[in-house]
Design a protein around this ligand. Structure first.
Ligand SMILES: Cc1cc2nc3c(=O)[nH]c(=O)nc-3n(C[C@H](O)[C@H](O)[C@H](O)COP(=O)(O)OP(=O)(O)OC[C@H]3O[C@@H](n4cnc5c(N)ncnc54)[C@H](O)[C@@H]3O)c2cc1C
Length: 311
């Protein structure tokens, strides 16, 4: 089968592309290297999203579930564990290669976000040994936090928001290496009004424990202290890997992201892009912007494939 459009990536941008493509009655395949949901599920499933229109607050996992359900209800063919490794021009079609299959499409929308990303590590002694044994990089569900001493590392919006979630159910501390947070005023205000203990200007010397995390040794202003901890959540950013874009022959900006026109076209005929993976002056990496770009990318793919006389 030759699909009208093949969408690569099933984060919010890719799922929205799928929804819009189906609303144009295009046969649509969505290929996802891991599981559906993108960063919302992989990095911050428990976090509340307060800036997605139509929801005063929605948990990231729930927003992703809703996008997934909508795409499925519109009969998008969504396939998980299909990492795209190449995009090759065929005879009047485009061949999308995954690790174990090949698919044919008339157009392609690239929505791979940050590609294959991994959470950044602190690099402190004991971190690798205790990973999964009291050291985590995403916040577990609230029920699993009850009764635990939680220590959050990081000073950005995400670390503060996750600390605030943990604080709703358990004893929570936040540790930041700088004297001030790098986060929205509202988050800092909420933090200051909470019961969360703040340890600023501090670095981790070691994570301690044998079978499980028991304590953390921290250096603050030249002095060492050891605090008890059952769970350390490290939230200091992620390392993205978008090397694959070069292989796909896509023109990149100096930021290593796909250069797109205002119509979300790339330098390749029939290949459009949207979401965190694209770059243009004023680009803002948010769910709403990625979804908006997906709608544009879809319309352009529709025009490219169907060539309606009126568009
Ligand atoms: C901690 C944190 C908190 C955030 N909070 C907010 C917030 O409150 N509000 C907001 O609007 N934004 C927020 N963001 C930003 C938002 O998550 C991103 O802008 C959004 O996820 C981008 O969506 P996307 O679909 O472009 O990419 P992603 O969500 O990264 O999804 C891309 C998908 O493509 C898949 N993929 C990658 N490579 C391949 C491949 N080769 N083949 C097939 N599939 C592939 C990935 O597995 C992934 O599922 C936050 C980000 C972070 C890190």
């Amino acid at each position: 089968m030759v699909y009208d459009v093949i969408v690569i990536g099933a984060g919010p941008a890719g799922l929205t592309a799928g929804i819009y493509a189906r609303s144009k009655m295009m046969s649509t395949l969505v290929l996802e290297s891991g599981t559906v949901g993108g960063q919302l599920v992989a990095l911050y499933p428990e976090k509340g999203i307060h800036n997605y229109p139509g929801f005063e607050t929605v948990q990231a996992r729930k927003l992703s579930d809703k996008l997934y359900a909508q795409a499925e209800s519109m009969e998008c063919d969504i396939r998980e564990n299909q990492k795209v490794v190449d995009i090759v021009d065929g005879d009047q079609k485009i061949i999308v290669k995954t690790q174990d299959s090949e698919y044919e499409g008339m157009s392609v929308i690239v929505a791979i976000g940050m590609g294959e990303f991994t959470p950044r590590k602190l690099g402190a002694p004991g971190e690798n040994e205790l990973e999964g044994k009291g050291i985590d990089y995403i916040l577990p569900v609230k029920e699993d936090l009850v009764g635990k001493k939680v220590v959050m590392f990081g000073g950005g919006n995400s670390a503060i928001e996750m600390a605030l979630i943990a604080d709703q159910v358990t004893d929570t501390t936040i540790v930041h290496r700088r004297p001030e947070f790098r986060a929205d005023e509202m988050n800092v205000k909420n933090l200051n009004e909470s019961n969360i203990r703040k340890i600023m200007n501090a670095n981790v010397k070691s994570f301690n424990g044998t079978d499980h995390l028991e304590s953390i040794t921290i250096e603050q202003d030249g002095k060492e202290m050891t605090i008890e901890a059952d769970l350390a959540v490290i939230n200091i950013g992620i390392t993205a890997n978008l090397e694959i874009l070069k292989k796909w022959g896509l023109e990149l900006t100096e930021n290593g992201l796909i250069k797109v026109g205002i119509d979300m076209s790339t330098n390749r005929h029939g290949v459009f892009a949207c979401g965190d993976v694209v770059d243009y002056p004023g680009k803002y990496k948010q769910i709403i912007t990625g979804c908006g770009e997906a709608a544009t990318a879809c319309l352009m793919a529709y025009k490219f494939v169907k060539k309606p006389y009126w568009a």
